[in-house]
Design a protein around this ligand. Structure first.
Ligand SMILES: Nc1ncnc2c1ncn2[C@@H]1O[C@H](COP(=O)(O)OP(=O)(O)O)[C@@H](O)[C@H]1O
Ligand SMILES: [Mg+2]
Length: 283
C-alpha cells in the first residue's frame, strides 16, 4: 500500500482536483482506493458527491489513542465509483484539534488499512501546520501540484525546507506536478527551473488548462465517465502512467469498460422506469 499526501502551502493550485480525478481513475482501473479529505473546506468531499458526514477526519483527530481506530473505520464512506472510498472533512477542523501529529499515521497502521487498500491519497488544505503535519507523518511520499508562476515556484524550495525541518521523520516530496500549463515561453522556462530545483521529480506531463475541470468539480461529475474524450482526461491518463507506473492504454481500456457498463445500466434503468410509467397510465 502506498500512502501519498497531496500538498502545497498555496491554495488554488489544483490539489483537490488532482486528488479527486486521480483517485477516480485509479478506482475505475480496478485499484482499491481511499482518499482522506484533510481540509476544513471539504472540497474533495463535495467533489466526490458525498458531502460532510460524521464521523469525519476531525473526529479521528479528536479521539483518544484507544478509540481512534474504531472512529477511523466508521468514518470511511463509499462514493459513486466502486472501489473508491472517502473520509470526509468538516468545517470545524483546525490545528487545535491535533494533540499529536503522529496519531493519524499510528491509527491507520493499527486499522491495518493495507489489507483493504492499494493506495491512500490525502488531500490537504493550504498551509503547513499540524493538520498537514499529520498527513506528512502518515504518508510515505508527497506529491506537489503547482501552478507555473514565479512566486509559486520560489515558494516550493522553502516549503520543502520547512517540511524537512518540522517533520524530519515524515514523508518527503517525491513528485512535483506542473498544473495550469499553457505552453508559453515563460511557462516553459518555469518548468526548466523546476527541473533544476527538483531534479528527477518533476513529471514530464504538465496538466494543461482545461475548463472541463471546473465543470466536473462544480457538477460533481466523474471526469472519466462523463468527459473521457476531453483534453483533461487525456492528461490525467498520462500523469497516472508516470506517477503510478500504469500503462496508459490499460487504464483507458478498463475505464472504457466501466463506462460502457454504467451506460448500459443507466439505459436499463430508464427503460424500466418508462415501462413503469406507461403501465401506471394504463398503456
Ligand atoms: N488544469 C486545470 N485547468 C483549469 N482549471 C483547473 C485546472 N486544475 C484545477 N483547476 C480549477 O482550479 C480551481 C482550484 O483547484 P483546486 O483543485 O480546488 O485547488 P486547491 O485544492 O489546490 O485549492 C478549481 O476551480 C479547479 O476546477
Ligand atoms: Mg483544495
Amino acid at each position: 500500500m502506498r500512502i501519498v499526501a497531496v500538498l502545497n502551502h498555496k491554495g488554488g493550485v489544483g490539489k483537490t482536483t488532482f486528488t479527486g480525478c486521480t483517485a477516480q481513475a485509479l478506482a475505475l482501473s480496478g485499484f482499491r482506493i481511499c482518499v482522506i479529505d484533510n481540509d476544513s473546506q471539504h472540497n474533495l468531499s463535495s467533489m466526490l458527491g458525498v458531502g460532510v458526514q460524521k464521523p469525519s477526519i476531525r473526529d479521528v483527530y479528536c479521539s483518544d489513542e484507544a478509540s481512534a481506530p474504531k472512529t477511523l473505520l466508521q468514518a470511511i464512506r463509499k462514493t459513486e465509483v466502486a472501489g473508491l472510498h472517502l473520509i470526509t472533512a468538516e468545517k470545524q477542523l483546525c490545528d487545535s484539534d491535533i494533540r499529536d501529529t503522529a496519531l493519524l499515521g499510528q491509527t491507520m497502521e493499527l486499522c491495518g488499512l493495507e489489507r483493504y487498500y492499494d493506495i491512500i491519497l490525502i488531500d490537504n488544505a493550504p498551509g503547513l501546520d499540524r493538520v498537514q503535519g499529520s498527513a506528512i507523518r502518515a504518508a510515505h511520499e508527497i506529491f506537489v501540484p503547482t501552478e507555473l508562476r514565479q512566486f509559486a515556484i520560489d515558494g516550493l524550495v522553502e516549503m520543502e525546507e520547512t517540511i524537512n525541518e518540522r517533520y524530519p521523520d515524515g514523508a518527503k516530496i517525491s513528485r512535483v506536478i506542473p498544473n495550469f500549463f499553457k505552453n508559453t515561453k515563460r511557462q516553459r522556462a518555469f518548468i526548466a527551473a523546476l527541473h533544476t530545483m527538483f531534479p528527477g521529480k518533476v513529471t514530464k506531463t504538465a496538466i494543461a488548462v482545461d475548463p472541463v475541470f471546473d465543470e466536473v468539480v462544480t457538477d460533481h461529475k466523474i471526469l472519466f465517465l462523463h468527459r473521457l474524450y476531453s483534453n483533461g482526461a487525456a492528461y490525467y491518463l498520462k500523469i497516472i502512467h508516470e506517477l503510478f507506473n500504469l500503462d496508459e492504454e490499460t487504464v483507458w481500456e478498463q475505464v472504457m469498460e466501466k463506462r460502457t457498463e454504467r451506460m448500459r445500466q443507466e439505459a436499463r434503468r430508464r427503460f424500466y422506469a418508462q415501462r413503469e410509467r406507461n403501465r401506471s397510465h394504463g398503456q
